[in-house]
Design a protein around this ligand. Structure first.
Ligand SMILES: CC(=O)N[C@H]1NC[C@H](CO)[C@H](O)[C@@H]1O
Length: 508
């Protein structure tokens, strides 16, 4: 079909010629690194050999029809390999500023991929693997092609929530594979929340021992390191989120950390957000987040800050005294600001960047200038204008809460979002560094996280990578069917979009 071998997301510039080359067999095909070499590139070569030459039996059991016409088979040029030239030495980890650009040329004299950094080489290898398709005879082929490519946005994220429901390690690895196939580059791990605390803290083992669902539903330090390494090899950053002061019911094993709620002068037995009036709590947070910063190599930690309910704070007599002493009156946003400033000062002392949900800015909390603000609620054009007017780097999630499901091809509404469509200067629009798909876990666990995310999230992947001019839903729909079947063939249970369509290779 016309879209065979067309890459997703659409490269910035691509020219495909009507000249087809056959690929030599797996035992002969060679990836070669002509400049910088490193473990990231070596493991990518192995991985993509497996992806390119992995052939499941085609769905149809029927014998293949002989070609309707004897194909004139010129002595087709055979593609024997791909040379990869990376300029810069491989860094240990990807970061926000990483260069992901690359150029790819497939011609009858050579096939070469050039990139400044290994991260660009990874993006180019994914594109290269997508150019390859098999013709009726099952022969792997690729067209004469030249591509120059780079991402429009540098932050292309995907959030999973392992607290509302636990996600198995294999579903996390599969999610990272699917991200790489769609050029996402930030895995936002919303690892704990009210419902459970599956993160194993060395300094405070009571947290997971008391509040993981059970001891099988825990991410040990080894598990966390395995996720970080798996992501690194695919050029994906892992940004952990420890959301406070709200969304902390599962932190209850730390004495006096949470606010005891009262009814009149009687404690109800329930707890509210972290109690900002107890100094020892900041000692805890300092030790806890030092451990986090040491374990997660990314410069940014997501500090949360969303949905802080004031009612429990307002019911607590000690907090009422604190408010009086500090002349806050009944303005609990001031108490939230007091907490956030002390927390973010701890992070600043750890030389760590931080991302916060938009309420921190909405509530006028003073934060570092390099804070990344995460817009997730309310009308987003006005919120983007408001946050970027204050000079903060900003990521957009509001229209991309894919955990909300509905009947129909909702990928289309995700696809047409334009993140820079708001009233602001060019400088403000440049502060929108990208966006993030959210897959919250209230109704999601290992059984459905893949199907519910893909290929709907692929629509966001193209919006965040491709040129602003790539907007045709009709063109995208054909290519998305192919991208979805590509994922199915690679073992990702991506659900179908409305037909008529089918995948040459069924999942099972
Ligand atoms: C920032 C944010 O989104 N906070 C909460 N909002 C609703 C979500 C489900 O759609 C989750 O419950 C999430 O914890």
């Amino acid at each position: 079909s016309s879209t065979q071998g067309s890459p997703w997301p659409m490269p910035q510039s691509i020219t495909v010629m009507p000249v087809v080359y056959n690929l030599v067999g797996e035992s002969q095909f060679m990836f070669t690194a002509s400049k910088v070499q490193c473990d990231i590139l070596d493991s990518a070569f192995k991985r993509y050999l497996g992806i390119i030459f992995f052939n499941k039996p085609r769905a149809s059991k029927r014998p293949r029809h002989a070609p309707t016409h004897l194909r004139f088979r010129s002595a087709a040029t055979e593609l024997r390999g791909l040379n990869v030239a990376v300029e810069q030495p491989c860094p240990d980890y990807p970061q926000l500023e990483s260069d992901e650009s690359y150029s790819l040329t497939i011609s009858d004299t050579s096939a070469s991929l050039a990139a400044t950094s290994v991260w660009g080489a990874l993006r180019g290898l994914e594109t290269f693997s997508q150019l390859i398709y098999d013709n009726e005879d099952g022969q792997l082929v690729i067209n004469k092609t030249s591509i120059t490519d780079f991402p429009r946005f540098s932050f292309r994220g995907y959030l999973v929530d392992t607290s509302r429901h636990f996600l198995s390690m294999s579903s996390i690895f599969k999610s990272l594979d699917a991200m790489a196939y769609n050029k996402f580059n930030v895995f936002h791990w919303h690892i704990v929340d009210d419902q459970s605390f599956p993160y194993e803290s060395k300094a405070y083992p009571s947290l997971s021992r008391m509040n993981a669902y059970d001891q099988n539903h825990v991410y040990t330090r080894e598990n966390v390191k395995a996720v970080i390494e798996y992501a690194r090899l695919r050029g994906i950053r892992v940004m952990p989120e420890f959301d406070t002061p709200g969304h902390t019911q599962s932190w209850v094993s730390i004495p006096d950390l949470l606010t005891p709620c009262y009814s009149g002068t009687t404690p109800t037995g329930g707890y509210g957000p972290i109690n900002p009036t107890i100094d020892a709590n900041y000692d805890f947070l300092k030790i806890f987040f030092k451990e986090v910063v040491d374990l997660f190599p990314d410069h940014y930690v997501h500090m949360g800050g969303d949905e802080v309910s004031f009612s429990c704070w307002a019911s607590n007599p000690a907090i009422t005294d604190f408010m009086t002493q500090h002349q806050y009156g009944k303005n609990y946003s001031m108490l939230e600001q007091y907490y956030e400033q002390r927390l973010l000062d701890i992070m600043a002392d750890l030389q760590t960047g931080y991302t916060v949900w938009q309420e921190i800015i909405d509530n006028q909390v003073k934060v570092r200038s390099d804070t990344v603000v995460h817009v997730w609620k309310g009308p987003y054009p006005s919120e983007l204008a408001n946050v970027t007017a204050k000079g903060y780097k900003t990521i957009l999630s509001t229209p991309w809460y894919l955990n909300y499901i509905s009947y129909g091809d909702d990928w289309r509404k995700y696809y047409v979002v334009e993140p820079t469509l708001f009233n602001g200067t060019d400088a403000q629009k440049k502060l929108v560094i990208g966006g993030e798909v959210c897959m919250w876990g209230e109704y999601v666990d290992s059984t459905n996280v893949i199907q519910r995310t893909w290929p709907r999230a692929s629509a966001v992947g193209e919006r965040l990578w491709s040129s602003v001019n790539v907007t045709s839903l009709d063109d995208a729909s054909h290519r998305l069917v192919e991208q979805r079947c590509r994922m199915v063939k690679r073992g990702i249970q991506a659900e179908p979009i409305v037909g008529p369509n089918f995948c040459p290779y069924e999942y099972e």
